[in-house]
Design a protein around this ligand. Sequence first.
Ligand code: ZN
Length: 189
Amino acid sequence: MSHKFLCNASLHAAQFALDQELAQSCRQSGCWFCGGRLHVSNYPRKPRGVPPPFREGYAQRLSFTCAECRCRCTPPSVRFFGRLRFVAVAAILIAALTRGPSERRCRQLERCFGVRLSVSTWQRWRRWWRERFVSTRFWMQSRGQFADPAGLGRLPAGLLGAFSGRLVERLLLTLRFLSPLTGGPLRAV
Ligand SMILES: [Zn+2]
C-alpha cells in the first residue's frame, strides 16, 4: 500500500460514479418511511485519508430528505464508512493490513494517509471486523455469495482476496459489496 496508490484518479472517479448510482436508485425508490418524493439534501464531510487533490470529491455525502414526512434517507456509499474520520477506501485498506497495530506502523500510516490513527483505534477496528461484522444482518444475508465464507480468513483482507482483478478493481468490488452496511435497512456502521 502506498500514497501513490491513493493518487490513482480513476479509483476516486469510480467511487464517485458508484455513489451516484447508489443515490439515484435510492431516490427512485422514494422515501423509506412513507414512499414520498425525495429531495437532494447532501451533507458536508471532512474527508481524511485521501491526498489533497482528491479531497473535494469527498466533501459531500449524498443524501435526501422526504418532501412529505421530512425524514432523512441516506443511501449506501462506497466513499464513506460510517462516522469514521477516514474515507472508506483508506479505512478498508488499513483494516485489511495483516500486520497488527503498533506505534511504528501508526506513524507509517500517518505519513501515508496524512491523519493520525492511534493504536487503540486500530485495535478497535480489528475487533469490529472480527466480532461485530460477522454477526451483522448484512453478512448473514450476503456471505452465501462466497463459495466458502468461513475460508475467507481474516476480514476484510479475505474479501479483497476473494474478488479478482488488479488491486484497484478488487478494492472497488469490496467497497461495493460492503456498501449496504453504510446506509439503508442493513446499515451497521
Ligand atoms: Zn417520507
